[in-house]
Design a protein around this ligand. Structure first.
Ligand code: AKG
Length: 353
């Protein structure tokens, strides 16, 4: 990816960022999710879409230079180009996706991404759900380009806490699912099981579609037919708790269902903001003190960073610090203890009828 200037002016916005209204907060508390159709103006997300389109163009040019690609589909827009490239060649499509998504789909760290993660309109709403002004962004954010008619982006039933340390089960970590196109049932928006988020983290299995964790139907906290279809327009956000079961369905449209999902927690919830390795060896192993400190976090392998604190403004990460933390954590490739050793679906005993 090309070198970037770190500072990017945020587009001026006429309206002051608003927290969620009491009825919206109540809905979230009762249902375990909330869809707000107009958190962003579509223009707020345009720089991110453009930067991702640019990253695709760079990947295309690299493949062309290697002689691997002749049909560039340069006439197609952001919503359609990757689908056409993937259709022509799965190998090229995967190479572009790997470049765009980076390690664990969270490798994209352009200023435009940081600007969405730290956008005051989003933080005002997150802050009102967390009930604190000191907010930490969990580095577990993902870019999800769900391509038409392939299984890759179809995410099976899970609770986000299925991925996190059990020590964080009782803490609120909010997922903000941000579509970059209108997300519909046709292009594979999420399905959410409402009113089940006050229960426990149920059994997950490894070996779900595309390597994701999966909650088998018999382990879901309620009948999957109770699920709601979480359609959400571009500019909107689907907010969920870390215990809310959700999944997503195939994309039957002709375009990519682009989305990102971001996670936030109170600064009081265990995090790894204070943990940075002193050294990382050639095999990607960090010093012992780092592993001792970092395992307090809900998802130790990825770097958390403070995104809002009026009380301690010096702790808030700017773009440089965000990149530094993410790159450092990406350099640590091994040595983490398993977060949650769920059984494998293929080898687990069959559920009782
Ligand atoms: O984007 C999707 O299809 C699924 C997203 C998801 O499961 C998540 O954000 O936890």
């Amino acid at each position: 990816m090309k070198a970037k200037t770190p500072k990017l002016p945020r587009p001026k916005s006429a309206s002051k960022p608003k927290p969620l209204a009491a009825h919206q907060r109540r809905f979230f508390q009762e249902e375990g999710y909330l869809i707000v159709p107009d958190v962003f103006a579509p223009a707020d997300l345009e720089p991110l879409r453009e930067e991702m389109a640019e990253a695709i163009e760079e990947a295309v040019q690299a493949l062309k230079a290697e002689g691997k690609l002749t049909q560039l589909h340069a006439d197609l827009d952001f919503d359609h180009r990757l689908a056409a490239l993937y259709r022509d060649s799965k190998e090229n499509g995967e190479a572009i996706l790997r470049r765009l998504e980076g390690r664990s789909s969270g490798g994209f760290r352009a200023p435009e991404m940081f600007n969405v993660i730290t956008h005051p309109k989003l933080l005002a709403k997150v802050s009102s759900l967390l009930g604190t002004e000191e907010v930490v962004a969990s580095s577990v954010y993902r870019i999800r380009p769900k391509l038409p008619n392939i299984g890759r982006g179809v995410v099976p039933w899970h609770q986000d806490s299925g991925y996190f340390a059990a020590s964080c089960d009782d803490h609120l970590i909010i997922t903000c699912w941000v579509p970059l196109v209108d997300a519909t049932a046709e292009n594979g928006c999420m399905q959410i099981l409402p009113r089940t988020h006050r229960g426990p983290v149920v059994e997950h299995h490894t070996g779900g579609n595309a390597g994701f964790l999966v909650i088998q139907d018999e382990n879901l906290p309620s009948d999957p037919r109770q699920a709601i279809t979480a359609a959400c327009p571009r500019g909107g956000v689907v907010f969920m708790t870390n215990i809310t079961p959700h999944c997503s369905t195939p994309n039957y449209s002709d375009h990519v269902r682009w989305s990102i999902d971001l996670r936030y927690q109170s600064a009081d919830v265990p995090n790894n903001v204070a943990a940075l390795p002193k050294k990382i060896d050639a095999a990607g192993k960090a010093d012992r003190a780092f592993y001792e400190k970092v395992t307090v976090a809900c998802y130790p392998p990825e770097a958390d960073f403070v995104v809002q604190s009026r009380k301690r403004p010096a702790t808030v990460a700017d773009y440089r610090e965000y990149v530094r933390r993410r790159e450092t954590y990406d350099g640590v490739k091994s040595g983490y203890a398993p977060i949650r050793p769920w059984p494998n679906r293929a080898t687990a005993p069959a559920a009782k009828a």
